[in-house]
Unconditional design. Structure first.
Lengths: 207, 207
DNA sequence: CAAATAATTGAACATCGTTCATTTTATACT
DNA sequence: AGTATAAAATGAACGATGTTCAATTATTTG
Protein backbone atom coordinates (compact mmCIF):
# COMPACT_ATOMS: atom_id res chain seq x y z
CA UNK A 1 0.00 0.00 0.00
CA UNK A 2 1.01 3.60 -0.56
CA UNK A 3 3.51 2.35 -3.07
CA UNK A 4 2.12 4.80 -5.61
CA UNK A 5 3.33 7.55 -3.31
CA UNK A 6 6.90 6.47 -3.82
CA UNK A 7 6.74 7.61 -7.40
CA UNK A 8 6.01 11.13 -6.31
CA UNK A 9 8.63 11.29 -3.60
CA UNK A 10 11.95 12.97 -3.78
CA UNK A 11 15.01 10.81 -3.40
CA UNK A 12 15.99 11.77 0.09
CA UNK A 13 12.43 11.12 1.23
CA UNK A 14 12.80 7.57 0.00
CA UNK A 15 16.10 7.28 1.72
CA UNK A 16 14.34 8.36 4.88
CA UNK A 17 11.67 5.77 4.28
CA UNK A 18 14.20 2.99 4.11
CA UNK A 19 16.02 4.30 7.14
CA UNK A 20 12.74 4.35 9.01
CA UNK A 21 11.89 0.78 8.02
CA UNK A 22 15.32 -0.44 9.08
CA UNK A 23 14.99 1.44 12.35
CA UNK A 24 11.56 -0.02 13.05
CA UNK A 25 12.78 -3.54 12.32
CA UNK A 26 15.77 -3.15 14.62
CA UNK A 27 13.68 -1.60 17.37
CA UNK A 28 11.18 -4.43 17.25
CA UNK A 29 13.89 -7.09 17.21
CA UNK A 30 15.60 -5.59 20.23
CA UNK A 31 12.28 -5.25 22.00
CA UNK A 32 11.31 -8.86 21.37
CA UNK A 33 14.59 -10.76 21.36
CA UNK A 34 16.93 -8.44 23.23
CA UNK A 35 20.13 -6.89 22.06
CA UNK A 36 21.90 -10.25 21.99
CA UNK A 37 19.39 -11.63 19.52
CA UNK A 38 19.94 -8.84 17.03
CA UNK A 39 21.16 -10.04 13.61
CA UNK A 40 21.83 -7.87 10.57
CA UNK A 41 20.21 -10.40 8.24
CA UNK A 42 17.06 -10.56 10.34
CA UNK A 43 16.73 -6.79 10.32
CA UNK A 44 17.13 -6.69 6.55
CA UNK A 45 14.51 -9.38 6.11
CA UNK A 46 12.06 -7.59 8.42
CA UNK A 47 12.68 -4.26 6.73
CA UNK A 48 12.16 -5.84 3.32
CA UNK A 49 15.49 -4.79 1.93
CA UNK A 50 18.80 -6.40 1.10
CA UNK A 51 21.59 -6.96 3.57
CA UNK A 52 23.72 -4.36 1.87
CA UNK A 53 21.04 -1.70 2.15
CA UNK A 54 21.41 -1.81 5.91
CA UNK A 55 24.83 -0.32 5.51
CA UNK A 56 23.48 2.25 3.14
CA UNK A 57 21.04 3.49 5.77
CA UNK A 58 23.35 3.17 8.77
CA UNK A 59 27.09 3.11 9.11
CA UNK A 60 27.10 -0.18 10.99
CA UNK A 61 25.11 -2.04 13.62
CA UNK A 62 26.51 0.15 16.38
CA UNK A 63 25.15 3.20 14.61
CA UNK A 64 21.74 1.57 14.25
CA UNK A 65 21.68 0.40 17.86
CA UNK A 66 22.65 3.83 19.13
CA UNK A 67 19.74 5.30 17.18
CA UNK A 68 17.37 2.78 18.70
CA UNK A 69 18.77 3.47 22.16
CA UNK A 70 18.34 7.17 21.51
CA UNK A 71 14.64 6.55 20.97
CA UNK A 72 14.52 4.41 24.10
CA UNK A 73 16.09 7.25 26.04
CA UNK A 74 13.29 9.51 24.84
CA UNK A 75 10.72 6.95 25.91
CA UNK A 76 12.40 6.61 29.28
CA UNK A 77 12.51 10.34 29.78
CA UNK A 78 8.84 10.66 28.96
CA UNK A 79 7.80 7.72 31.08
CA UNK A 80 9.88 8.50 34.11
CA UNK A 81 8.70 12.07 34.56
CA UNK A 82 5.01 11.43 33.95
CA UNK A 83 2.93 12.49 36.94
CA UNK A 84 6.01 13.88 38.61
CA UNK A 85 6.02 17.49 39.73
CA UNK A 86 2.48 17.73 41.05
CA UNK A 87 3.34 16.31 44.45
CA UNK A 88 3.14 18.24 47.67
CA UNK A 89 6.77 17.70 48.61
CA UNK A 90 10.11 16.81 47.13
CA UNK A 91 10.25 13.45 48.82
CA UNK A 92 7.17 12.17 47.03
CA UNK A 93 8.56 13.44 43.76
CA UNK A 94 11.73 11.41 44.29
CA UNK A 95 9.70 8.34 45.19
CA UNK A 96 7.60 8.70 42.07
CA UNK A 97 10.66 9.09 39.89
CA UNK A 98 12.10 5.89 41.31
CA UNK A 99 8.89 3.90 40.94
CA UNK A 100 8.39 5.18 37.40
CA UNK A 101 11.90 4.13 36.55
CA UNK A 102 11.28 0.67 37.96
CA UNK A 103 8.08 0.31 35.99
CA UNK A 104 9.84 1.25 32.79
CA UNK A 105 12.50 -1.37 33.42
CA UNK A 106 9.83 -4.04 33.88
CA UNK A 107 7.61 -2.85 31.04
CA UNK A 108 10.40 -2.52 28.48
CA UNK A 109 12.97 -4.88 29.87
CA UNK A 110 14.83 -5.64 26.64
CA UNK A 111 14.88 -2.00 25.58
CA UNK A 112 16.04 -0.96 29.01
CA UNK A 113 18.91 -3.46 29.11
CA UNK A 114 19.86 -2.39 25.60
CA UNK A 115 20.51 1.07 26.99
CA UNK A 116 23.05 -0.16 29.49
CA UNK A 117 24.24 -3.43 28.01
CA UNK A 118 25.42 -2.16 24.65
CA UNK A 119 29.14 -1.77 24.05
CA UNK A 120 30.80 -0.47 20.90
CA UNK A 121 32.79 -2.78 18.65
CA UNK A 122 36.59 -2.62 18.90
CA UNK A 123 36.27 -0.24 21.85
CA UNK A 124 35.24 2.51 19.48
CA UNK A 125 34.27 5.71 21.30
CA UNK A 126 30.60 6.43 21.82
CA UNK A 127 29.69 9.37 19.55
CA UNK A 128 29.28 12.71 21.24
CA UNK A 129 25.67 13.19 20.20
CA UNK A 130 24.71 10.08 22.13
CA UNK A 131 26.54 10.88 25.36
CA UNK A 132 25.15 14.39 25.18
CA UNK A 133 21.63 13.10 24.89
CA UNK A 134 22.19 10.69 27.76
CA UNK A 135 23.36 13.42 30.05
CA UNK A 136 20.68 15.79 28.82
CA UNK A 137 18.10 13.25 29.94
CA UNK A 138 19.37 13.69 33.46
CA UNK A 139 19.01 17.41 33.24
CA UNK A 140 15.30 17.10 32.53
CA UNK A 141 14.98 15.04 35.69
CA UNK A 142 16.56 17.89 37.59
CA UNK A 143 13.89 20.34 36.49
CA UNK A 144 10.96 19.00 38.54
CA UNK A 145 13.21 18.61 41.54
CA UNK A 146 14.37 22.21 41.26
CA UNK A 147 10.78 23.39 41.18
CA UNK A 148 10.17 21.63 44.45
CA UNK A 149 13.45 22.50 46.11
CA UNK A 150 14.25 26.01 44.86
CA UNK A 151 16.88 26.50 47.55
CA UNK A 152 19.21 24.11 45.68
CA UNK A 153 21.35 25.45 42.89
CA UNK A 154 21.38 23.49 39.67
CA UNK A 155 24.71 21.80 40.34
CA UNK A 156 23.58 20.56 43.73
CA UNK A 157 20.30 19.32 42.32
CA UNK A 158 22.13 17.58 39.50
CA UNK A 159 24.40 15.74 41.90
CA UNK A 160 21.49 14.83 44.10
CA UNK A 161 19.38 13.47 41.27
CA UNK A 162 22.28 11.65 39.75
CA UNK A 163 23.29 9.95 42.97
CA UNK A 164 19.74 8.96 43.71
CA UNK A 165 19.10 7.79 40.17
CA UNK A 166 22.29 5.75 40.13
CA UNK A 167 21.38 4.11 43.41
CA UNK A 168 17.87 3.32 42.26
CA UNK A 169 19.27 2.04 38.99
CA UNK A 170 21.63 -0.26 40.87
CA UNK A 171 18.93 -1.65 43.11
CA UNK A 172 16.74 -2.47 40.12
CA UNK A 173 19.62 -3.77 38.00
CA UNK A 174 20.92 -6.15 40.63
CA UNK A 175 17.45 -7.43 41.34
CA UNK A 176 16.72 -8.10 37.68
CA UNK A 177 20.03 -9.80 36.93
CA UNK A 178 19.63 -13.54 36.63
CA UNK A 179 22.70 -14.23 38.73
CA UNK A 180 21.19 -12.68 41.84
CA UNK A 181 18.26 -13.76 43.92
CA UNK A 182 15.31 -11.78 42.70
CA UNK A 183 12.35 -10.55 44.67
CA UNK A 184 8.93 -10.01 43.06
CA UNK A 185 8.08 -6.69 41.53
CA UNK A 186 5.73 -5.52 44.28
CA UNK A 187 8.33 -6.33 46.91
CA UNK A 188 10.97 -4.48 44.94
CA UNK A 189 8.70 -1.46 44.81
CA UNK A 190 8.29 -1.53 48.57
CA UNK A 191 12.02 -1.83 49.02
CA UNK A 192 12.61 0.98 46.57
CA UNK A 193 10.11 3.32 48.19
CA UNK A 194 11.58 2.52 51.57
CA UNK A 195 15.05 3.21 50.26
CA UNK A 196 14.16 6.60 48.85
CA UNK A 197 12.35 7.59 52.03
CA UNK A 198 15.29 6.50 54.12
CA UNK A 199 17.71 8.43 51.96
CA UNK A 200 15.46 11.49 51.97
CA UNK A 201 15.20 11.23 55.74
CA UNK A 202 18.96 11.29 55.92
CA UNK A 203 19.05 14.33 53.64
CA UNK A 204 16.67 16.23 55.90
CA UNK A 205 18.71 15.58 59.02
CA UNK A 206 21.82 16.91 57.38
CA UNK A 207 20.43 20.29 56.46
CA UNK B 1 60.22 -25.32 33.21
CA UNK B 2 58.90 -28.19 35.31
CA UNK B 3 58.22 -30.03 32.09
CA UNK B 4 60.06 -33.04 33.45
CA UNK B 5 57.37 -33.29 36.08
CA UNK B 6 54.79 -34.02 33.41
CA UNK B 7 56.32 -37.44 32.83
CA UNK B 8 55.61 -38.41 36.40
CA UNK B 9 52.10 -37.08 36.58
CA UNK B 10 48.91 -39.05 36.44
CA UNK B 11 46.54 -38.34 33.59
CA UNK B 12 43.98 -36.33 35.46
CA UNK B 13 46.70 -34.23 36.95
CA UNK B 14 47.78 -33.31 33.43
CA UNK B 15 44.23 -32.56 32.52
CA UNK B 16 44.16 -30.23 35.47
CA UNK B 17 47.38 -28.66 34.29
CA UNK B 18 45.90 -27.89 30.88
CA UNK B 19 42.71 -26.62 32.46
CA UNK B 20 44.80 -24.38 34.66
CA UNK B 21 46.81 -23.01 31.74
CA UNK B 22 43.66 -22.30 29.77
CA UNK B 23 42.13 -20.64 32.79
CA UNK B 24 45.19 -18.48 33.37
CA UNK B 25 45.26 -17.42 29.74
CA UNK B 26 41.59 -16.48 29.76
CA UNK B 27 41.91 -14.64 33.05
CA UNK B 28 44.82 -12.61 31.77
CA UNK B 29 43.11 -11.82 28.49
CA UNK B 30 39.98 -10.60 30.27
CA UNK B 31 42.07 -8.61 32.70
CA UNK B 32 44.04 -6.90 29.95
CA UNK B 33 41.62 -6.62 27.03
CA UNK B 34 38.26 -6.94 28.71
CA UNK B 35 35.55 -9.48 28.10
CA UNK B 36 34.84 -8.10 24.64
CA UNK B 37 38.40 -8.74 23.53
CA UNK B 38 38.30 -12.41 24.46
CA UNK B 39 38.93 -14.78 21.55
CA UNK B 40 39.11 -18.54 21.69
CA UNK B 41 42.10 -18.65 19.36
CA UNK B 42 44.02 -16.15 21.46
CA UNK B 43 43.42 -18.16 24.61
CA UNK B 44 44.61 -21.34 22.90
CA UNK B 45 47.75 -19.60 21.69
CA UNK B 46 48.50 -18.15 25.12
CA UNK B 47 47.86 -21.47 26.82
CA UNK B 48 50.11 -23.25 24.33
CA UNK B 49 47.52 -25.72 23.18
CA UNK B 50 45.36 -26.26 20.13
CA UNK B 51 42.03 -24.64 19.56
CA UNK B 52 40.23 -27.93 20.03
CA UNK B 53 41.83 -28.53 23.42
CA UNK B 54 39.96 -25.53 24.78
CA UNK B 55 36.77 -27.47 24.36
CA UNK B 56 38.32 -30.46 26.00
CA UNK B 57 39.08 -28.46 29.11
CA UNK B 58 35.88 -26.41 29.16
CA UNK B 59 32.47 -27.00 27.67
CA UNK B 60 32.47 -23.68 25.85
CA UNK B 61 33.57 -20.07 26.30
CA UNK B 62 30.66 -19.39 28.64
CA UNK B 63 31.86 -22.17 30.90
CA UNK B 64 35.38 -20.77 30.87
CA UNK B 65 34.22 -17.20 31.51
CA UNK B 66 32.03 -18.32 34.38
CA UNK B 67 35.03 -20.01 35.95
CA UNK B 68 37.07 -16.84 35.58
CA UNK B 69 34.24 -14.77 37.01
CA UNK B 70 34.00 -17.22 39.86
CA UNK B 71 37.60 -16.46 40.72
CA UNK B 72 36.93 -12.75 40.38
CA UNK B 73 34.06 -13.12 42.82
CA UNK B 74 36.47 -14.66 45.30
CA UNK B 75 38.89 -11.80 44.78
CA UNK B 76 36.10 -9.31 45.23
CA UNK B 77 34.90 -10.98 48.38
CA UNK B 78 38.38 -10.96 49.84
CA UNK B 79 39.11 -7.39 48.83
CA UNK B 80 35.82 -5.88 49.87
CA UNK B 81 35.82 -7.18 53.41
CA UNK B 82 39.46 -6.44 54.18
CA UNK B 83 39.79 -4.14 57.18
CA UNK B 84 36.05 -4.29 57.72
CA UNK B 85 34.70 -5.33 61.09
CA UNK B 86 37.23 -3.62 63.30
CA UNK B 87 35.35 -0.33 63.27
CA UNK B 88 33.70 1.22 66.30
CA UNK B 89 30.24 1.42 64.71
CA UNK B 90 28.17 -0.05 61.95
CA UNK B 91 28.15 3.11 59.91
CA UNK B 92 31.90 3.11 59.44
CA UNK B 93 31.75 -0.55 58.47
CA UNK B 94 29.24 0.26 55.75
CA UNK B 95 31.37 3.14 54.51
CA UNK B 96 34.44 0.94 54.36
CA UNK B 97 32.56 -1.76 52.46
CA UNK B 98 31.47 0.81 49.89
CA UNK B 99 34.91 2.35 49.49
CA UNK B 100 36.54 -1.05 49.23
CA UNK B 101 34.07 -1.98 46.55
CA UNK B 102 34.83 1.18 44.63
CA UNK B 103 38.56 0.55 44.86
CA UNK B 104 38.13 -2.95 43.52
CA UNK B 105 36.17 -1.62 40.56
CA UNK B 106 38.94 0.84 39.74
CA UNK B 107 41.80 -1.57 40.42
CA UNK B 108 40.35 -4.46 38.43
CA UNK B 109 38.09 -2.65 36.05
CA UNK B 110 37.99 -5.26 33.28
CA UNK B 111 37.53 -8.12 35.71
CA UNK B 112 34.82 -6.22 37.52
CA UNK B 113 32.84 -5.44 34.36
CA UNK B 114 33.23 -9.07 33.31
CA UNK B 115 31.26 -10.00 36.41
CA UNK B 116 28.27 -7.92 35.41
CA UNK B 117 28.65 -7.59 31.66
CA UNK B 118 28.70 -11.26 30.77
CA UNK B 119 25.60 -12.81 29.25
CA UNK B 120 25.15 -16.43 28.24
CA UNK B 121 24.91 -17.43 24.59
CA UNK B 122 21.43 -18.24 23.25
CA UNK B 123 19.93 -17.08 26.52
CA UNK B 124 21.17 -20.26 28.16
CA UNK B 125 20.49 -20.33 31.90
CA UNK B 126 23.31 -19.44 34.26
CA UNK B 127 24.35 -22.67 36.02
CA UNK B 128 23.21 -23.06 39.60
CA UNK B 129 26.71 -23.31 41.06
CA UNK B 130 27.48 -19.81 39.80
CA UNK B 131 24.32 -18.10 41.03
CA UNK B 132 24.78 -19.85 44.36
CA UNK B 133 28.31 -18.54 44.67
CA UNK B 134 27.18 -15.05 43.72
CA UNK B 135 24.54 -14.99 46.38
CA UNK B 136 26.84 -16.66 48.90
CA UNK B 137 29.24 -13.78 48.43
CA UNK B 138 26.54 -11.48 49.76
CA UNK B 139 26.08 -13.63 52.81
CA UNK B 140 29.70 -13.15 53.80
CA UNK B 141 29.14 -9.40 53.64
CA UNK B 142 26.28 -9.83 56.07
CA UNK B 143 28.49 -11.43 58.70
CA UNK B 144 30.53 -8.36 59.73
CA UNK B 145 27.39 -6.27 59.73
CA UNK B 146 25.63 -8.73 62.01
CA UNK B 147 28.52 -8.58 64.43
CA UNK B 148 28.09 -4.86 64.68
CA UNK B 149 24.31 -4.78 64.67
CA UNK B 150 23.29 -7.88 66.64
CA UNK B 151 19.75 -6.60 67.05
CA UNK B 152 19.06 -7.36 63.36
CA UNK B 153 18.06 -10.85 62.35
CA UNK B 154 19.86 -12.35 59.39
CA UNK B 155 17.07 -11.69 56.93
CA UNK B 156 16.92 -8.02 57.84
CA UNK B 157 20.68 -7.69 57.62
CA UNK B 158 20.68 -9.44 54.27
CA UNK B 159 18.12 -7.04 52.83
CA UNK B 160 19.96 -4.08 54.29
CA UNK B 161 23.32 -5.10 52.89
CA UNK B 162 21.85 -6.01 49.55
CA UNK B 163 20.03 -2.74 49.14
CA UNK B 164 23.05 -0.77 50.13
CA UNK B 165 25.38 -2.81 47.97
CA UNK B 166 23.08 -2.47 44.97
CA UNK B 167 22.89 1.28 45.45
CA UNK B 168 26.64 1.62 45.80
CA UNK B 169 27.10 -0.63 42.80
CA UNK B 170 24.77 1.57 40.76
CA UNK B 171 26.54 4.78 41.73
CA UNK B 172 29.90 3.34 40.72
CA UNK B 173 28.56 1.69 37.58
CA UNK B 174 26.88 4.80 36.24
CA UNK B 175 29.94 6.89 36.95
CA UNK B 176 32.26 4.48 35.17
CA UNK B 177 30.07 4.05 32.10
CA UNK B 178 31.43 5.95 29.14
CA UNK B 179 28.02 7.32 28.19
CA UNK B 180 27.69 9.29 31.40
CA UNK B 181 29.63 12.25 32.65
CA UNK B 182 32.26 10.87 34.98
CA UNK B 183 33.73 12.46 38.03
CA UNK B 184 37.29 11.70 39.21
CA UNK B 185 37.89 8.84 41.59
CA UNK B 186 38.51 10.96 44.65
CA UNK B 187 35.33 12.90 44.06
CA UNK B 188 33.40 9.68 43.60
CA UNK B 189 34.74 8.44 46.90
CA UNK B 190 33.55 11.60 48.64
CA UNK B 191 30.16 11.25 47.03
CA UNK B 192 30.01 7.60 47.98
CA UNK B 193 30.97 8.20 51.58
CA UNK B 194 28.44 11.00 51.78
CA UNK B 195 25.79 8.76 50.30
CA UNK B 196 26.35 5.96 52.80
CA UNK B 197 26.37 8.40 55.70
CA UNK B 198 23.17 9.99 54.48
CA UNK B 199 21.50 6.62 54.11
CA UNK B 200 22.75 5.48 57.48
CA UNK B 201 21.46 8.71 59.00
CA UNK B 202 18.07 7.92 57.54
CA UNK B 203 18.21 4.41 58.96
CA UNK B 204 18.92 5.74 62.44
CA UNK B 205 16.00 8.12 62.38
CA UNK B 206 13.61 5.36 61.44
CA UNK B 207 14.41 3.08 64.35
C1' DC C 1 55.20 -55.15 23.07
C1' DA C 2 50.57 -55.03 21.34
C1' DA C 3 46.03 -53.66 22.03
C1' DA C 4 42.93 -50.57 24.01
C1' DT C 5 41.92 -46.25 25.75
C1' DA C 6 42.39 -41.38 26.25
C1' DA C 7 43.91 -36.94 24.85
C1' DT C 8 45.19 -33.74 21.26
C1' DT C 9 44.89 -31.78 17.03
C1' DG C 10 43.55 -28.56 13.32
C1' DA C 11 40.85 -28.67 9.21
C1' DA C 12 36.14 -27.89 8.30
C1' DC C 13 31.54 -25.90 9.30
C1' DA C 14 28.02 -22.57 10.41
C1' DT C 15 27.17 -18.01 11.49
C1' DC C 16 28.32 -13.44 11.99
C1' DG C 17 29.23 -8.27 10.44
C1' DT C 18 30.85 -5.88 6.67
C1' DT C 19 32.38 -4.66 1.91
C1' DC C 20 32.06 -3.66 -2.94
C1' DA C 21 31.70 -4.65 -7.88
C1' DT C 22 27.66 -5.13 -10.39
C1' DT C 23 23.01 -4.25 -11.54
C1' DT C 24 18.97 -1.62 -11.24
C1' DT C 25 16.63 2.60 -10.78
C1' DA C 26 16.16 7.48 -10.81
C1' DT C 27 17.47 12.06 -12.46
C1' DA C 28 19.31 15.52 -15.72
C1' DC C 29 20.08 17.18 -20.11
C1' DT C 30 19.45 17.97 -25.13
C1' DA D 1 11.57 10.78 -25.94
C1' DG D 2 16.11 9.22 -25.63
C1' DT D 3 20.45 9.22 -23.86
C1' DA D 4 23.82 10.09 -20.38
C1' DT D 5 24.84 10.72 -15.73
C1' DA D 6 24.22 9.85 -10.97
C1' DA D 7 22.31 7.46 -7.12
C1' DA D 8 20.62 3.47 -4.80
C1' DA D 9 20.02 -1.31 -4.13
C1' DT D 10 21.80 -5.78 -4.43
C1' DG D 11 23.80 -10.17 -2.82
C1' DA D 12 27.93 -12.78 -3.54
C1' DA D 13 32.17 -12.84 -1.27
C1' DC D 14 35.49 -11.97 2.64
C1' DG D 15 37.39 -12.32 7.08
C1' DA D 16 36.60 -13.40 11.79
C1' DT D 17 34.54 -16.20 15.20
C1' DG D 18 32.78 -20.25 18.19
C1' DT D 19 32.33 -24.95 17.85
C1' DT D 20 32.70 -29.79 16.13
C1' DC D 21 34.76 -34.14 14.97
C1' DA D 22 37.34 -37.53 12.26
C1' DA D 23 42.02 -38.42 12.30
C1' DT D 24 46.26 -38.51 14.78
C1' DT D 25 49.19 -38.95 18.69
C1' DA D 26 50.11 -40.21 23.33
C1' DT D 27 49.20 -43.02 27.30
C1' DT D 28 47.75 -46.87 29.92
C1' DT D 29 46.83 -51.63 30.35
C1' DG D 30 47.18 -56.68 29.94
Amino acid sequence: MFNYLVNVMKQDEKRGLLKQKVFDAAFQRIQEDGLNGLRARDIAKDAGCSLGSLYNAYQDLDDLILNVNSRVLEMLQEHISSNVGKEQNAEEALVNLAVNYMNFAYLHYNLWTSLFGHTMQDNAPIPDWYTEQTNATFLTLVAPLLKLRPELDEAQAFILVRTLFSAVHGIITINLQERFISIPKDMLEIQLVDFVHTYAEGLKNKA
